[in-house]
Design a protein around this ligand. Structure first.
Ligand code: ASP
Length: 458
């Protein structure tokens, strides 16, 4: 097994080491050949003889060699191992490579994204991509540590599920056992997390995958994304906001990423619109941008409902939210609808909405009133949400939660321009999976088993 990473070679002067990695670059000086050997931690210069001539960039090799200090004037301060080099004693080529379809030693920004995604497994060899993935892993780890420290339980919820409204289209999966019926992939674990609260869990979180069949937009990941989904019982709006805020303050401190203002400033929706013209605003100065300062803010007091084009009402954020307590009477009486404010809080960072949550309607009457205002009749409400209304009737605790988007937060921290730069295998903007060719045609027999006939558009 590989024991030593390339960045550790710098501490091994005078020792014989065994190294594994890829040939990053090769410089042939006739009798001696230099290569930079690369692994995920960096590169080191290796000096070899004739046998190194057979090497090509991106070959996978094993090298046994002596770590030597470089003469001062030969040192390369630009790389971590620049003060040393390895004199090769033994070389094994573990795998020869074909010529790569794209270079992997630059930052990759100038390469066509379709090509990068087709060969994503090569694209992530570049150090920029590896760093993004390593940061993502650390970020999630720090979030977990914080929440475990506050007695949260990490619980998984189903992926094959029933529709839950988050304002997008569902991905649907046909059932073989019940022909003609479909599962929906969750747009969020919203209902499950609330059911966990009714189950007495009190503090839940999940690094949750959410699926939304939205029209592709440049600032979104198509199809699926990851959010930190959390829910707590016996809380008020400010409690959830504080928990999320303290979590990010601690995580960002550990990552050494500066935050502009702690505590996060709070704006009402009306103030935000008046001041910035939008509810996702950027509080950073040019100086902040240069210093990678993250400017968080909260937006609260959104209207609960907005008019549909047909003249009815729909929810602005989340139908499971409770109104602010002073509007509960109006909600139950279905009066004054346009003025009802929701307990929704949105978290904004650097001009993006990076998450949102609310205190929920924990009584059956409250939730029912929301759906009635939206024009659903009794039968429809029972069909779609009967399980929730029933569950809320069995001693549901007051509860609320939030779901910050992991991909978007990481895009802000890294300063990347696209969310796809912080996801290992994102879909293309046209909705094709990286590397593999989904969505793809399935065999006739498979469709037959599902009782489905594809009517293909020409
Ligand atoms: N379910 C909401 C969402 O996915 C978040 C929440 O209210 O907790 O945006």
């Amino acid at each position: 097994m590989k024991e030593l990473s390339i960045e550790q070679t710098v501490n091994k002067v005078g020792e014989i080491v065994e190294l594994y990695g890829w040939v990053d670059t090769k410089r042939d000086h006739k009798k001696i050949v230099f290569i930079d050997l690369r692994d995920r931690t960096g590169t080191v210069q290796v000096v070899g003889g004739e046998e190194f001539k057979a090497l090509s960039e991106e070959d996978v090799v094993y090298i046994k060699g002596l770590v030597k200090k470089r003469p001062d004037k030969m040192a390369n301060p630009k790389i971590k191992t620049g003060s040393i080099e390895v004199e090769a004693k033994e070389l094994k080529i573990l795998n020869k490579t074909k010529t790569l379809p794209l270079p992997v030693n630059g930052d990759g920004h100038d390469i066509d994204e379709e090509v990068r995604l087709k060969y994503r497994y090569l694209d992530i060899r570049r150090s920029r991509m590896y760093k993004n993935l390593a940061l993502r892993s650390k970020f999630i780890n720090l979030i977990r540590q914080y929440l475990f420290g506050k007695d949260f339980l990490e619980i998984e919820t189903p992926i094959l599920s029933e529709t839950t409204p988050e304002g997008a289209r569902d991905f649907i999966v046909p059932s073989r056992l019940q022909l003609g019926k479909f599962y929906a992939l969750p747009q969020s674990p919203q209902q499950y997390k609330q059911l966990l609260m009714i189950g007495g869990v009190e503090k839940y979180f999940q690094i949750a995958r959410c699926f939304r069949d939205e029209d592709p937009r440049a600032d979104r990941a198509y199809g699926e994304f990851t959010q930190l989904d959390l829910e707590m019982s016996f809380v008020e709006r400010e409690d959830v906001m504080k928990l999320a805020e303290n979590l990010f303050i601690e995580v960002y401190e550990k990552l050494k990423v500066p935050i502009k203002q702690k505590s996060f400033p709070v704006f009402t929706y009306a103030e935000a619109i008046k001041r910035f013209g939008v509810d996702k605003f950027d509080l950073r100065t040019e100086e902040d941008k240069k210093n990678n300062v993250q400017a968080f803010a909260w937006v609260v007091d959104f209207p609960f409902f907005e008019k549909t084009t047909e003249g009815g009402w729909t929810f602005t954020h989340n139908p499971f939210s409770a109104p602010k307590p002073e509007f509960m009477k109006d909600l139950l009486e279905k009066k004054n609808i346009g003025n009802i404010l929701t307990t929704q809080y949105d978290l904004v960072c650097n001009g993006y909405e990076v998450g949102g949550g609310s205190i929920r309607n924990h009584t059956p009457e409250g939730l029912k009133a929301v759906f009635e205002i939206m024009g659903l009749d009794e039968a429809e409400i029972n069909l779609k949400f009967g399980h929730m209304i029933e569950a809320l009737g069995y001693g549901a605790p007051p509860h609320g939660g939030i779901a910050p988007g992991i991909d978007r937060l990481l895009t802000c921290i890294t300063g990347e321009t696209s969310i796809r730069e912080v996801i290992a295998m994102p879909m293309t903007s046209g909705g094709r999976t990286a590397i593999m060719k989904a969505p793809s045609v399935v065999k006739e027999e498979k469709l037959k088993e599902l009782g489905i006939k594809a009517i293909l558009k020409s």
